[in-house]
Ligand binder design. Structure first.
Ligand SMILES: [Zn+2]
Length: 267
């Protein structure tokens, strides 16, 4: 292991368990806004990978247009995801805000390696072999950052596979790698591309520990300090459900391209 890799590994394990999102509570408009700035680091981090991964996270977590009940009141939930790239970074630039996350982009070295994100963590590692931004992997990993664990591995009744269904989960045949395979046999488990963030997945985020100060709180621990997010992924217009069911990922990509021009630095 090279010295720089070692340093980054130490950084990743020691400083990331402080919550993955800054939550803003807007009582006037009834909105809970989850804000995360993901800093993509390591020599393999590119603007393309960063943009694709953060776009997938934003699109998927906003797709259900979920509402949650918080302390007896209904709130719309929005996810505002920004990103930055620093391929040369070999130390964690510590900020006090829980909005700041750090993801190392890496290449698979062991066959068993999987992209990961700390539970309520402020980052993790994404492997380039996971077709980042086009496979639902980044959105799934971000779910762990929001404190979500995997669903049970037997989901044969699920009409829409949830984002926290792990690889290997048994689902209806239409959602398998091979729709003709018997569940549990080769090809007979979930093809992750069919995963969606459902309203129930957003509702599973545990909000009970949030402590708001001046309208801001941290999911997990950390300091609820507002930050100016850079390169914010634009919010998508509603995607017709029929499009989502017949290959929503490609349609999302088209929307994202169309909206690229509207990107700005404001929250
Ligand atoms: Zn997972």
């Amino acid at each position: 292991m090279k010295k720089s890799t070692l340093a980054l590994a130490a950084i990743l394990t020691s400083q990331l368990a402080h919550g993955s999102a800054l939550v803003q509570k807007d009582d006037v408009n009834g909105v809970l806004k989850f804000m995360t700035q993901i800093n993509y680091v390591g020599p393999l981090a590119t603007d393309e990978i960063a943009r694709a991964s953060s776009t997938e996270i934003s699109n998927m977590w906003n797709e259900s247009k979920a509402h949650v009940n918080y302390k007896g009141r209904d709130y719309k939930v929005k996810f505002v995801i920004g990103y930055s790239v620093n391929a040369a970074l070999n130390r964690y630039v510590r900020t006090n805000s829980c909005a700041d996350n750090l993801v190392k982009i890496d290449k698979l070295t062991q066959p068993g390696d999987r992209s990961f994100y700390g539970l309520y963590g402020r980052g993790g590692t994404f492997y380039t072999s996971d077709d980042l931004g086009h496979s639902t992997t980044a959105a799934h990993e971000f779910g762990h950052g929001l404190g979500l664990q995997h669903n049970d591995g037997y989901q044969l009744d699920a009409q829409v596979p949830g984002i926290m269904f792990a690889r290997g989960t048994l689902v209806k045949k239409m959602f398998q790698w091979d729709p003709n395979a018997e569940p549990g046999m080769p090809g007979g488990s979930i093809n992750p591309k069919y995963r969606h963030v459902r309203a129930e997945d957003v509702a599973a985020i545990d909000l009970s520990g949030l402590t708001f100060t001046n309208g801001y709180a941290c999911l997990g621990d950390g300091a609820a300090i507002p930050v100016k997010l850079s390169k914010v992924i634009p919010q998508l217009p509603a995607i017709p459900r029929i499009q989502m069911e017949s290959g929503h990922l490609s349609s999302i990509r088209i929307f994202a391209d169309e909206l690229r021009a509207e990107e700005n630095d404001a929250i």
